[in-house]
Structures are given as structure tokens and as C-alpha cells.
Design a binder for this molecule. Structure first.
Ligand SMILES: *Cc1c(COP(=O)(O)O)cnc(C)c1O
Length: 350
């Protein structure tokens, strides 16, 4: 790939490389290449999708539906829109982090223009019933956006079959480069651009394209789905082994999120009487990298909004440890992690 990038020196080559990447993304989520807009990250894709649709549809209505457990890129976007007069319903989730289809349908009003519900949660890994949500949105003629930043590479997505109108992704979450994302918008759906300037990305995203990043995103998504089944099975078995061992060997722990309906590499467990900041520090000393309540709120002492929405007590939320297993992890790595956790948790509880 390095050689390939060095060869991109003129406009025609760049155009070709960008187009190829667009085709790869389109093929893997089952849409048309012209329905893909490259952005700088997942956050930008979320902003563009939600604000873009709201600003365009002001005449039609000003109510949107989302959930209490979205990533800040969606939650804070909705809060900004609320300040601008948009009405937002934040759906509850059950103790596993799943929304209720019944509550969703009940929240729909005459002026609802958009439903934005994440495909899979970044903290607890819970996967939402996307196909059912798509059906409801279609039935009521409401647009459906999903933040698939955690899902791409981990779950098979078919935007047509799932009735998804807009979808956000970010390359660095599927082993691609940082600083590049994409937004799928179904053909015919109008949305307002957020940035003024040139006519890049069919006049929807002004600014010179990050060609190297876009090429990297295309390669990464292709690789992520090439070995999908093997990769998925491997991660699931590491995850389930880790969870069962921790539950067996350490008392007073609680798995956060759905046991099976979750991202293959995600394990989020609360350790009673332990502070996750201290736990992370001790793990780091052993060369183990994990996260607390949420990576995005590191240094922020308030418990995770996701765990709070699940009804986890703030005491248990403060002891939450999120482990994400990746392609290169082995069973030996997991054993090393378990061994260290047993020791560290016992020390911290003293
Ligand atoms: C990481 C993440 C984002 C933000 O993506 P960036 O590319 O870091 O801006 C949005 N939503 C979810 C669910 C994420 O995990």
C-alpha cells in the first residue's frame, strides 16, 4: 500500500484512487458509490447526518428520536440542536442496554423527522435491533440514521435490507488510519452541508479530500470483511472465555451489557469496591491497555452515562473495566490479563 500511495501524484490518479475506495465501501454495506461521502472522522459523519437532515427538514418537522446511550458525537449534536429549538426524545434502554421497539414506536409524533440510533454501543458492546428499527422508520416515513462506528468490521451491514437511510463510520475503528470517516446517505435524501467552500464530495463536504486516508479506509474495510467469519469467531471465543473466567474466579463482579448480543471483542465488567482509574493504572504497569467507563471521559470523575442509563449503581459504574479484544490477541494474552486482574482486584479491595 505504501508504494501505491507514492504513485498518487496527479489529479487523475487521485480521483481514481478515491473512486476505488468509494466502490469498496459501497460494496461492503450494499449501497451505490455515489451514496458515500468521505469525511474527517466518525464525529463529523454524525454531525453531518443529524444536523444536515434537521436543517433541511425544518418545514416538515422538528422532532428527532435518539437514545440515552449514544456516543457524545450524537448526544452533543442533539443537545446543540435542542438549543436551536429542535425537540429531542432520548429513549431509555433496558438493563442490557437494548432499546424497546414499542417505546420507539410510541415516541413517534406527527413532526418526527429523524430516528438516530447507534448500531452497537462503544462502552458495553450491546447491538440494537437495527432491522426492526429500520422497519418502523420506513412504516412511518421517517429517516433513519445509525452510528455504525463500532459496528463496521464487527457486524455485517446491509443498508438496503436494514432500511438504513444514513450511516456513519470511522476508519480507525476498523484498523484503518485516523482522521478519515464516511457517511452513507441514501440517494434522494436531501441534507444540508455544514461546511462552506469548494464543491468536493458532490458539494456536501467542502475541503480537499484526505486521499491517503480515504485509500486507507477503503483497504481497511475490505480487509475487515475478507476474514470476517474467522475473525468474528476468534474474538467471540476470547471474549466469552474472559468473561466466564472472571465470573468464576473473582467474586462480586457484574457483566455490563447483553451477554450474547454484543460486539465480538467487547467485555465490560464492573468490579465492586474497585476504582477503575486505579485498576487501569495497575494494568498499565503490566503492559495491559484497557478502558474505564468510557475512553471519551477519561479524567472525568462522573460515572458513564451509558452505565447510568442501564441502571447500574454509581458504585458499580465506578468499577467498570472495558476490555476490547483485537485481531492480534491470543488466549495467552487473555490468561495473562485474567491472572493480573485476580491479583490487582484482590489488592485494591484490601
Ligand atoms: C469512536 C466513535 C465515534 C467517533 O468517531 P471518531 O472518528 O473518533 O470521531 C462515534 N461513535 C461511536 C459509537 C464511536 O465509537
Amino acid at each position: 500500500m505504501g508504494m501505491h500511495l507514492l504513485c498518487i501524484v496527479n489529479g487523475r490518479e487521485t480521483k481514481k484512487a478515491t473512486h476505488l475506495a468509494r466502490e469498496k465501501v459501497a460494496k461492503l454495506i450494499n449501497c451505490k458509490p455515489k451514496e458515500i461521502y468521505f469525511t474527517s472522522c466518525g464525529s463529523e459523519s454524525d454531525n453531518l447526518a443529524i444536523k444536515g437532515v434537521c436543517y433541511k427538514n425544518k418545514q416538515k418537522g422538528n422532532h428527532i428520536i435518539t437514545t440515552k446511550i449514544e456516543h457524545p458525537a450524537v448526544l452533543h449534536t442533539c443537545q446543540t440542536l435542542e438549543k436551536q429549538g429542535v425537540e429531542v426524545t432520548y429513549l431509555n434502554v433496558d438493563s442490557n442496554g437494548c432499546i424497546s421497539i414499542y417505546e420507539l414506536e410510541n415516541a413517534i409524533k406527527q413532526n418526527t423527522i429523524l430516528i438516530s440510533i447507534m448500531t452497537a454501543n462503544n462502552e458495553i458492546g450491546t447491538i440494537q435491533p437495527i432491522k426492526e428499527i429500520g422497519k418502523i422508520a420506513k412504516k412511518h416515513n421517517i429517516l433513519f440514521h445509525t452510528d455504525s462506528v463500532q459496528a463496521i468490521g464487527n457486524i455485517k451491514i446491509d443498508v438496503e435490507e436494514m432500511n438504513i437511510d444514513l450511516l456513519s463510520m470511522s476508519a480507525h475503528k476498523f484498523y484503518g488510519p485516523k482522521g478519515v470517516g464516511a457517511l452513507y446517505v441514501k440517494e434522494g435524501i436531501e441534507f444540508e452541508k455544514l461546511q462552506d467552500g469548494g464543491h468536493q464530495e458532490r458539494d456536501k463536504r467542502a475541503g480537499t479530500e484526505n486521499v491517503a486516508g480515504i485509500v486507507g479506509l477503503g483497504e481497511a474495510i475490505e480487509l475487515a470483511y475478507k476474514n470476517f467469519d474467522n475473525y468474528n469467531e476468534k474474538l467471540k471465543s476470547l471474549r466469552d472465555y474472559y468473561i466466564s473466567q472472571i465470573e468464576e474466579k473473582i467474586p462480586n463482579v457484574k457483566l455490563n451489557g447483553d451477554r450474547t448480543n454484543r460486539l465480538p471483542g467487547n467485555a465490560n465488567i464492573s468490579f465492586e469496591g474497585v476504582n477503575s482509574e486505579e485498576l487501569l493504572f495497575k494494568l498499565d504497569e503490566k503492559g495491559i491497555c484497557a478502558s474505564g467507563g468510557s475512553a471519551c471521559s477519561t479524567g472525568n470523575p462522573s460515572p458513564s452515562h451509558v452505565l447510568m442509563a442501564l441502571g447500574v449503581s454509581s458504585k458499580m459504574a465506578k468499577g467498570a473495566l472495558r476490555v476490547t479484544f483485537g485481531l492480534e490477541n491470543t488466549k495467552e494474552d487473555v490468561d495473562y490479563l485474567i491472572e493480573n486482574l485476580i491479583q490487582i482486584v484482590s489488592d485494591l479491595r484490601k
